[in-house]
Ligand binder design. Structure first.
Ligand code: 7RM
Length: 633
């Protein structure tokens, strides 16, 4: 694999070059791709406007770099392995040749339904190969896809359709998720009753349930592709033409449409994929994310396929029909690289090691984590019981806005330190700044994480509102991209992400990252997961309020709470001892597993006004329980 770093010296050299001559560094990688016409300026930027242009006037089509470039050598290689929700149902193996045909047919079908270059297409689909086909077909014809997680409500879907004025929606009749069957098409119908930009809906038959088909608007997938040609001339795209929009919910208000463009995103997802995971030609790679998240875009679909990898797509959930399902799949397909989220690890940790030990995980060579800070206990459990102590664990820090992995170990090459994302990838220039924006240099410093130089897959704008992009990311610190995360550079020079900066608690003038306190709480043998927030405290400024999920204990909640307080006192010190510990059965989570601290902060401050939208939560029902448990009813 070209441009794959093989040892520490190569990493250091690549990194140094990427800083001293970033343009030349990325040009060399860009030269390995197929262009219809080469670019005339590699990079044009300023972080004030902000203006971000990579490979100006280059012409290409991303999918030609998966198909036309790779088919001569990869036609019969498996591109996608699909494992269905039901373990007894047949799996699917799609070769690069077959994926190409499916993509072309669907590209032609969309065109026949009136989609043109530049049109927005919403993808609201289950985790099936057709969802990947849909994304690639959009890229093929120059339509801009916006994937919306198929568990979102009609209101959330309608907001997104409306914001980007989508012309088409791709969906299914229903979805299977664990033992649930979700009526997806009905949600689309409801969303479309609130918006008016959508002209056509293409519906994949997945569950076979009865659905309403609106005549003139809705068409079955199979009918749409019937008779379509198996070839399609790829649309010529500019480097900076939009590839996709992906919405991220801000803490309040409208969701932001993060915009990614063609060439830079292509380069960076490819480069980061082969280097972080150290993918080798015959490996089977599996990322458990949903394609509705950036992780699914960059590391199920684009990065792996651009690298000619075999990427596994799983329709179901980790605990169905049993809590060993992930490991069963690893054994079944001899998965080599496995990439998941700390929240999934902790959920499986609760079931002990028995479901793990039933399966042969010896194929694994790299395991990865993404989405939130991974606490040390979960890190060690994952490393020891899944990685058997021999697999590098890549803790990958990045964001929807960064498009690809920014700070992470390169598996087996750069050092692996528990709960540390460690070192930046070549091309990434992180800086730690204090509240005034002064750069903190040297080791043993802690502050806000910014990036001071552009990288190819960075956010270009927020769709339809460039000012919002500027205000959110480029205004806090002049001349820098602000990530919103806190970070520490430890005594060895490795970076540890401390979580969102708005999670920082300040107790009597002592800054404390929520992750630090949570790590201590999680050391308690009966704690499964915890979340801490600050709340206004008369004397200390802020006090610490902890929420903890505890497992099958014979102890009372009061006893557990007291033990947890004493444990934190012992591990971090009296300053970090929570004022309150509330034992809960669940924490409010977003669909990608991030704790919605906003809600916990409200409860902790005993203020239930303006709770905001909780409909996008995975488990809105726990909110009531938490409010009651806090004695607020
Ligand atoms: C890929 C993704 C981004 C936010 C980010 C962080 C947190 C993600 C890690 C992490 C600590 C990690 N995109 N985050 N990965 N924190 N260590 N390895 O998750 O846009 O959905 O979220 O997630 O706070 O800013 S995202």
């Amino acid at each position: 694999m070209n441009y794959q770093i093989k040892n520490l010296l190569e990493y250091t050299n690549a990194y140094d070059k990427s800083v001293s001559n970033p343009e030349q560094f990325w040009e060399e990688i860009a030269n390995g791709f197929q262009w219809k016409k080469k670019w005339d300026k590699t990079l044009d930027w300023n972080f004030d406007t902000p203006k971000l242009e990579w490979f100006r006037n280059g012409k290409l089509n991303l999918t030609e770099n998966i198909f036309e470039k790779l088919l001569p050598t990869h036609r019969d290689k498996t591109a996608i392995i699909w494992e269905p929700n039901d373990p007894d149902a047949p799996s699917i193996h799609l070769s690069y040749g077959e994926l190409y045909i499916e993509t072309c047919k669907f590209a032609n079908a969309m065109k026949a339904q009136g989609v043109q270059k530049g049109d927005r297409v919403i993808i609201y689909m289950p985790m099936v190969p057709e969802a990947t086909v849909a994304m690639l077909a959009c890229a093929r014809i120059g339509a801009i896809h916006s994937v919306v997680f198929a568990g979102f409500s009609a209101a959330a879907l309608a907001d997104r359709i409306d914001d980007c004025q989508a012309k088409m929606v791709l969906t299914s009749d229903g979805n299977f998720r664990g033992n649930k069957q979700i009526q997806v098409k009905a949600v689309v119908d409801e969303a479309l009753s609130k918006t008016d930009s959508v002209e056509k809906v293409i519906v994949l038959k997945r569950t076979g349930e009865d659905v309403m088909m609106h005549s003139g608007r809705d068409i079955w997938w199979d009918e749409a592709i019937a008779g379509q040609s198996e070839v399609n001339q790829a649309e010529e795209m500019d480097s900076e033409d939009l590839l996709f929009i992906l919405y991220t919910s801000g803490s309040t208000g409208k969701p932001k449409g993060v915009v990614h463009t063609t060439a830079g995103y292509m380069l960076y997802t490819y480069y980061s994929f082969i280097n972080v995971f150290q993918y080798q030609e015959d490996d089977v790679y599996w990322c458990t994310a949903d394609i509705g998240w950036i992780t699914g875009h960059s590391y199920i679909v684009y990065g792996p396929l651009l690298a000619g990898a075999t990427t596994l797509m799983f329709e179901g959930v980790p605990t169905y029909p049993h809590p060993g399902r992930f490991w069963e799949i690893v054994e079944k397909y001899k998965v080599n690289q496995f990439y998941t989220a700390p929240t999934a690890i902790r959920a499986l940790q609760v079931h002990g090691t028995e479901p793990v030990e039933k399966f042969d995980l010896s194929s694994l060579s790299v395991i990865g984590s993404v989405g939130e800070p991974i606490n040390e206990e979960a890190w060690h459990w994952y490393h020891e019981h899944i990685g058997k102590g021999k697999c590098p664990l890549v803790d990958t820090w990045w964001q929807t806005e960064t498009g690809g992995i920014m700070i992470a170990p390169l598996a087996g090459i750069t050092p692996n330190k528990p709960a540390h994302a460690s070192l930046p990838l070549p091309g990434v220039q992180p800086v730690i700044v204090d509240a005034e924006g002064n750069e903190l240099i040297g080791n043993n410093v802690e502050g806000n994480l910014c990036i001071k130089f552009p990288w190819p897959s960075m956010i270009r704008t927020t769709y339809g509102d460039h000012q919002r992009c500027k205000d959110t990311y480029f205004s806090t610190y002049k001349g820098m991209y602000f990530t919103g995360d806190g970070v520490k550079r430890d005594h060895d020079g490795y970076l540890r992400i401390l979580g969102r900066v708005d999670d920082v608690i300040n107790v009597s003038g002592h800054r404390m990252g929520t992750a630090e306190v949570e790590n201590a709480i999680d050391e308690h043998p009966e704690v499964v997961e915890s979340a801490v927030v600050g709340y206004p405290h008369e004397i200390k400024g802020q006090g610490i309020y902890a929420f903890a999920i505890c497992d099958s204990s014979e102890k009372s909640n009061e006893q557990l709470a007291e033990e947890i307080k004493q444990l934190v006192r012992k591990i971090i010190g009296p300053i970090a001892k929570p004022e309150h510990v509330q034992v809960v059965s669940g924490l409010p989570k977003t669909r990608s597993g991030k704790i919605m601290r906003r809600i916990l902060r409200k409860v902790a401050s005993r203020d239930l006004s303006n709770m905001g939208d909780i409909s996008t939560l995975l488990n809105p029902e726990v909110v009531d329980e938490i409010i009651k448990g806090a004695g607020l009813y």
